[in-house]
Design a protein around this ligand. Structure first.
Ligand SMILES: C[S@@+](CC[C@H](N)C(=O)[O-])C[C@H]1O[C@@H](n2cnc3c(N)ncnc32)[C@H](O)[C@@H]1O
Length: 216
């Protein structure tokens, strides 16, 4: 029902629905429609951020770690208006299934699939992962998140968003990482108690800690 409300393109809705059914038959660990819709809304918020000034949509650079078969990537790609989403997957069979799903959804011009393991993929310039990112989604191996963050955070622009899945379902395993994010002076984080628990962190400008301590 949510898919009907948000996604206008019938072929995209059909692909998302089919993946939801496949996930019930053999787990491919998709985020599901509620979190898919949150990702869609967050991307759209950034896309529309400049519309008031220029009358144009922003072309975002986005990154996902953990494509699986492309479900969340298709939600995010559907909200984008130009730009690119780089999505990283190390599992060969899921990578190929994602490719077929992205093509069937008609989003292959927006979604760049990276076959490899994070964070090592960032060392390979041939993947073309950009140095400046507007939106990042972590949905891969939980204990590796800090290693993704170390590489990705320096690439995140002021005003960008970092979204982390599984912060409730894997609360104990992710506690240190989540606490670090919540205490980080350049992040403002909000927990969404949907799906497996999603933390949405907005990146403030580099000058924020200095401004806070400034008396003028
Ligand atoms: C939870 S699933 C992703 C689901 C997907 N985001 C969705 O909602 O449609 C996690 C995926 O991340 C992949 N993965 C785990 N650790 C990875 C890493 N370090 N680098 C690349 N892929 C990884 C796994 O193979 C798995 O397919």
């Amino acid at each position: 029902m949510e898919v009907d409300m948000k996604i206008q393109d019938e072929k995209v809705r059909d692909v998302l629905r089919r993946i939801e059914v496949e996930d019930e038959q053999e787990r491919v660990w998709i985020v599901g429609p509620e979190v898919g819709e949150l990702l869609y809304d967050l991307i759209l918020e950034l896309v529309r951020a400049d519309e008031g000034h220029e009358g144009v949509s922003r072309k975002l650079t986005c990154l996902e770690i953990g494509t699986s078969v492309g479900y969340s990537a298709i939600w995010m790609g559907s909200a984008m208006r130009g730009g690119k989403l780089w999505t990283v997957e190390s599992h060969a069979e899921r990578f190929e299934r994602a490719r077929a799903n992205v093509v069937e959804a008609g989003l292959e011009d927006l979604i760049v699939q990276v076959k490899g393991h994070a964070p090592e993929v960032f060392e390979d310039a041939s993947f073309g992962i950009p140095d400046e990112l507007d939106f990042v989604f972590f949905d891969a191996t939980k204990y590796e998140h800090a290693s993704y963050f170390d590489v990705v955070f320096p690439r995140m622009r002021a005003g960008s968003m970092l979204v982390v899945d599984n912060v409730i379902s894997h609360g104990e395993e992710m506690a240190d990482f989540v606490n670090m994010l919540k205490k980080h002076p350049q992040l403002e984080c909000e927990l969404h108690e949907i799906g497996a628990g999603v933390l949405v962190c907005k990146v403030s400008s580099l000058s924020r800690p200095a401004r806070q301590g400034h008396s003028a």
